[in-house]
Design a protein. Structure first.
Length: 151
């Protein structure tokens, strides 16, 4: 979690637990994945709710993923957890709005992070048009937007 002074904002993002496919799912890695991506949002909101209520215009931004809507057979735990984030955010918005707290979820597309691993080149050949740089986004310490050439 990163918190900015008294502005009443926090963001939550998790890390990916690795490609498992269906056969690699265990009760332990399932629970760990859901705890990381979903439970943390609730617990952090509980921990900071009073502070958020005390700061007009407070907002929570949860990070989901494009995989929440499309799924991905190699990472079913991650995909399921990110779908749960969307549902949780909708549910929490009902209650938090009574305190003047906004909550939203972002669902970014592919970002070059360790989650891609060995699939990086295969994904490039499938999804990246030849005239665009790859990756479109890269998370290497700081988020960096690559300049796209005119189409």
């Amino acid at each position: 979690m990163k918190r900015w002074g008294e502005s009443g904002r926090y963001r939550s993002r998790g890390r990916h637990g690795g490609a498992t496919g269906i056969d690699g799912v265990t009760p332990e890695n399932w629970d760990a994945g859901l705890a990381l991506h979903v439970r943390a949002i609730v617990l952090m909101t509980q921990a900071f709710r009073e502070d958020l209520k005390g700061n007009p215009g407070s907002a929570i931004v949860a990070i989901s993923s494009i995989n929440a809507m499309f799924g991905n057979g190699s990472i079913p735990i991650y995909s399921a957890a990110k779908g749960a984030v969307l549902s949780l955010v909708r549910s929490m918005a009902d209650e938090l709005s009574l305190d003047g707290i906004r909550i939203n979820a972002l669902s970014p597309g592919m970002i070059d992070t360790p989650i891609l691993g060995d699939a990086r080149e295969a994904m490039r050949s499938i999804y990246a048009p030849p005239h665009l740089p790859w990756p479109l986004w890269h998370a290497g310490g700081n988020w960096t937007r690559l300049t796209l050439p005119p189409v």
